[in-house]
Structure formats: C-alpha cells, structure tokens
Design a protein around this ligand. Structure first.
Ligand SMILES: [Zn+2]
Length: 64
C-alpha cells in the first residue's frame, strides 16, 4: 500500500470525527481500509468503521 494513500486515509479518518465525510470520501476510505491493515487498525481506534457501515446504507436509501 502506498504511503500517500495511507496519509489520505488517516487524514480522512481523523476528519470524520469532526465533520461528516462526503459519500465519495467514505467510499474511498472504506475501500482503502478493506485493503490496508494498518489503516484498518487506525480506523477501529477512531471508531470510523462502526459509523461508516451504519451511514453508508442510510445514504444509499436516501438517494434511491
Ligand atoms: Zn493504508
């Protein structure tokens, strides 16, 4: 996994605690976490995953 993607992922994960990420940002982070163990561990620390799996289906339902 390249470092630039990991830096972007950790930045978005920390921003997710302060603001609502856009749908595309959430999807990007979610995809990166599925590939990257170290960012997944970081994501668990900030509890992003738990929120993301709840938020993404709601957003899908709202736009369809
Ligand atoms: Zn990563």
């Amino acid at each position: 996994m390249n470092h630039r993607a990991c830096r972007k992922a950790t930045q978005l994960l920390s921003e997710a605690m302060e603001r609502e990420l856009t749908r595309s940002e959430r999807l990007w982070v979610w995809c990166h976490l599925s590939l990257c163990r170290s960012c997944r561990r970081y994501g668990r620390q900030v509890r992003f995953l738990r929120r993301a799996v709840r938020v993404i289906p709601v957003t899908e339902a709202a736009t369809s």
